[in-house]
Design a protein around this ligand. Structure first.
Ligand code: SAM
Ligand code: SF4
Length: 337
């Protein structure tokens, strides 16, 4: 008989039940707010966790630490070879599995991923215009993304969410069009405030569209009714998105205001990088080397203790919006967004 694992709790009493696993730091796009045109120095293959190592760490997380949901991300997770098989092994651990992707290749893979047990996908899309998509991502691939979205919906990966990063002077004239597009196709749109996590260090606060600004723009056309938050509100756990329903419709929108309305006080997330480093925060400046433990022959109990120690050291919050904010050494694409 199984006993429930002791919760993965930090000094502030926050219980961690959500794990983000980056499967690769590589990407087939070069989004301007994420990485430079030439890409980055990708991690050498030998440094990446193997599928067996990922499965072992997730098993420890689920069986010993009470992790209930796992999101696969990157880099671009669809670039990981043999992804459906890995998804099948992870869902076999009894965990709720989702994926964040740029959507390229999803048209081909959505059916296999759903069949392997994947529950939901978030697809990143910042514009509906082909030329602008190419400017933002430096690749002419919007048709693949639109096909990927449709395939995800057809495969039952519902609700299919769209992640949009609004940037001043780039796509801020398309916010209402994106809302309309999502409503028409039954996708759930979430706007994410841009964060200082680009590899180039070029983030500039003035280019960020804040949640307040965004809501003001949406309010010019729609009446937005807040959806109650919390475990019994907008889905499972404590999602960072503040959600709103458009009055008179079933359409729900989300706003993730990481910068101007940080949700650190209810954070339930822990992150594992593609090279096996455990991070207690997207903005952490320290990591714990679980890969070294795995490859050094550590028992599960030892890995569990290292994991608990990492969470115990978690700070109260990131303070992005303050003058003394320190950027993490890794960019978002190498942490796992
Ligand atoms: N490649 C996948 C994708 O684009 O969905 C997964 C990784 S990507 C780093 C995860 C999410 O982070 C995407 O929705 C992307 O738009 C977002 N993102 C990337 N850089 C960001 C930044 N500087 N600020 C806010 N969000 C960012
Ligand atoms: Fe790639 Fe995602 Fe970064 Fe765009 S945001 S470059 S798709 S990792």
């Amino acid at each position: 008989m199984h006993t429930a694992p002791a919760p993965l709790v930090d000094r502030l009493g926050r219980v961690h039940t959500d794990l983000r696993v980056s499967l690769t730091d590589r990407c087939n796009l070069r989004c301007t707010y994420c990485m430079p045109a030439e890409g980055l120095d990708w991690l050498p293959r030998a440094e990446l966790l193997t599928d067996a190592e990922v499965v072992r760490l997730v098993r420890i997380a689920v069986r010993r630490l009470g992790i209930a949901s796992v999101r696969l991300t990157g880099g671009e997770p669809l670039l990981r070879r043999g992804l459906p098989a890995l998804v099948g092994e992870l869902t076999g651990l009894g965990v709720e599995l989702s994926l964040t992707t740029n959507g390229i290749g999803l048209a081909r893979m959505a059916g296999a991923l759903a069949a392997a047990g994947l529950r939901r996908v978030n697809v990143s899309l910042d514009t509906l215009r082909r030329d602008r998509y190419q400017e933002i991502t430096r690749r002419d691939r919007i048709a693949d993304v639109l096909a990927g979205l449709a395939a995800a919906r057809a495969a039952g990966l519902a609700p299919v969410k769209i992640n949009t990063v609004p940037v001043r002077g780039v796509n801020d004239d398309e916010l209402l069009d994106l809302v309309e597009f999502a409503a028409e196709h039954g996708y759930r749109l979430r706007f994410i405030e841009s964060m200082p996590l680009d590899a180039q260090g070029a983030w500039d606060r003035s280019s960020m569209i804040t949640a307040d600004e965004l809501l003001a723009v949406l309010g010019t056309r729609h009446r937005l009714i807040p959806v109650p938050r919390g475990p019994l509100g907008a889905g499972r756990g404590t999602p960072p998105a503040e959600e709103f329903r458009i009055a008179g419709t079933d359409t729900v929108l989300g706003v993730i205001a990481s910068v101007t309305r940080p949700f650190c006080g209810t954070c339930d997330r822990v992150r594992l990088t593609a090279d096996g480093q455990l991070r207690n925060c997207l903005f952490a400046t320290e990591e714990s080397d679980l890969r070294a433990l795995l490859r050094g022959g550590a028992e599960d109990a030892e890995i569990e203790r290292a994991w608990r120690r990492t969470i115990a050291r978690k700070g109260p919050g990131h303070a992005i919006d303050s003058a003394d904010f320190v950027r993490p050494a890794r960019p978002m694409s190498a942490i796992g967004g």
